[in-house]
Design a binder for this molecule. Structure first.
Ligand SMILES: Nc1nc2c(ncn2[C@@H]2O[C@H](COP(=O)(O)OP(=O)(O)OP(=O)(O)O)[C@@H](O)[C@H]2O)c(=O)[nH]1
Ligand SMILES: [Mg+2]
Length: 439
């Protein structure tokens, strides 16, 4: 059995991770005090909660997760909020009452960062000891903030130093920079440095960007002005549903380990749509899932003009659909759109029709178990996300903007160059993979 441990770093990580645990509780029939309902206990089809929870002697399930943030507010919100009884105060949270002020170097080299990372490692070890055999870590963080990038790198390097990352599968769900919107001017520097620190340590990266998430939330869920809460509620269930995929053969080579997530749901419920047979609705969603408008991270070169290493497409929700695997529909779509796989993985098209319910967090307004399709693609199209990072980084570097913020915190300027070189290499590897395949 797979035992997983979650790691939430910085505000984005803490917010999304709390939604992920909300969904995990709903899926396992566990209430927000940590007790499993009688029906869930008696249900033979119920997945084993010990994949995600530590069962305590009083029968309570305690989430296997560590939240860490330099800023105390996001964590305090969980402690005060509706999940306050779910998490154990003494082994789930590590925070300081400070901030990185949006600066990777301040988080990475500062005293507070070091103390926080050490504390988080203690909590991590404790949870590890309480478990039988942890086989994977899933981390959630933003690369744009100082904590997500700086503490993320510090902590991941610490895990690497104690050889955890060679024994355990590591995946991270990360917020990448958007093309046109950003919270802070120096975020491209954090992104480059954070990526440089974490990429070699993490086996798999699932990439999101807020502009795509915002647009998807508008079109898919009718949120006129999406909030963080509405966006996070949209991501959380797909993180949960795709756990297994992240741990299996989605990554052919160590560097080509980025997944492009996509999501489509059936939103418009007019009389015409109601009359359409469930299988046709599924087919139309399957055709939509590969379109750029469904992507949760901007990959400008659409899937149609790129090569795929793998595609994992999951169909969720009942809506009259009897649970048959829609593999034919997916193959037909792949043929019609002429989706191309690299020669050494000629059609690693994984599809599944999930019988388990697709749950959105309890506090979200989204209707659970509605027909939807989620997918993770490993595709050369993702190189556009790196192009965005490189462009933004180069513009700042041209004038050495904000460099002093970092050098004042002991960052050696050479690290900027190394970080840029590393991202460029990843970009080149994808470009070559794309061209080789087309040659
Ligand atoms: N979708 C979404 N984006 C968020 C959320 N919180 C922050 N962000 C985005 O994340 C980026 C900044 O990352 P944060 O996670 O806030 O930063 P941090 O890791 O806490 O680092 P600090 O700079 O030290 O606060 C910005 O692009 C924000 O728009 C959230 O709950 N949901
Ligand atoms: Mg923060």
């Amino acid at each position: 059995m797979t035992e997983r441990i979650g790691l939430a770093i910085g505000q984005f990580g803490v917010h999304v991770m709390s939604d992920v645990w909300d969904v995990l509780c709903l899926k396992h029939g566990i209430n927000f005090c940590g007790f499993q309902s009688k029906e869930a206990q008696d249900d033979n089809e119920q997945p084993d909660p010990s994949s995600h929870f530590i069962e305590l002697s009083n029968g309570r399930y305690s989430p296997r997760v560590v939240f860490l943030d330099l800023d105390n507010e996001p964590i305090d919100n969980i402690r005060r909020g509706y999940l306050k009884r779910l998490f154990d105060d003494h082994w789930s949270f590590a925070h300081k009452h400070t901030s990185s002020y949006g600066n990777f170097a301040r988080a990475y080299y500062g005293k507070d960062g070091e103390v926080l990372s050490r504390k988080a490692l203690e909590l991590w070890r404790y949870q590890h000891e309480q478990s039988e055999r942890i086989s994977s870590i899933f981390q959630i963080n933003s690369l744009e903030g100082g904590t997500g990038s700086g503490i993320g790198s510090l902590f991941d390097e610490a895990l690497h130093d104690i050889h955890i990352t060679t024994k355990i599968a590591t995946s991270c769900h990360q917020l990448y920079p958007s093309r046109h919107i950003s919270d802070s001017c120096n975020s491209p520097l954090n992104v480059a440095l954070g990526y440089y620190g974490m990429h070699p340590v993490m086996h798999l990266h699932v990439c999101y960007d807020n502009q795509c998430l915002f647009e998807r939330c508008q079109t898919g869920f009718g949120a006129e002005i999406p909030t963080y809460a509405s966006i996070n509620s949209m991501i959380a269930p797909s993180v949960v549903e795709q756990f297994n995929i992240c741990e299996t053969n989605a990554v052919p080579f160590p560097q080509l380990n980025h997944l492009l997530p996509a999501h489509v749901n059936q939103r418009i419920v007019d009389t015409e749509a109601k009359a359409v047979a469930p299988m046709l609705k599924i087919q139309s969603l399957i055709y939509d899932i590969v379109k750029p408008s469904s992507q949760l991270c901007y990959a400008g070169h659409s899937l149609f003009h790129n090569r795929l290493f793998s595609a994992n497409i999951l169909v969720h929700g009942s809506n009259g659909h009897k649970g048959e695997v829609p593999i034919q529909a997916i193959r037909k779509m792949a043929q019609e759109y002429k989706l191309k796989f690299v020669d050494y993985c000629p059609g690693f098209l994984n599809s599944e029709s999930c019988k388990s319910q697709y749950k959105y967090p309890a506090r979200s307004k989204y209707e659970s178990n509605k027909l939807c399709v989620s997918a993770y693609f490993n595709t050369t199209a993702i190189r556009d996300a790196f192009k965005t990072i490189l462009n933004q980084f180069d513009l700042l570097c041209q004038y050495r903007c904000f460099f002093h913020w970092y050098t004042e915190e002991n960052l050696d300027e050479q690290i900027f160059k190394d970080a840029r070189e590393h991202i460029h290499q990843v970009y080149q590897t994808y470009t070559l993979a794309h061209m080789d395949a087309d040659a």
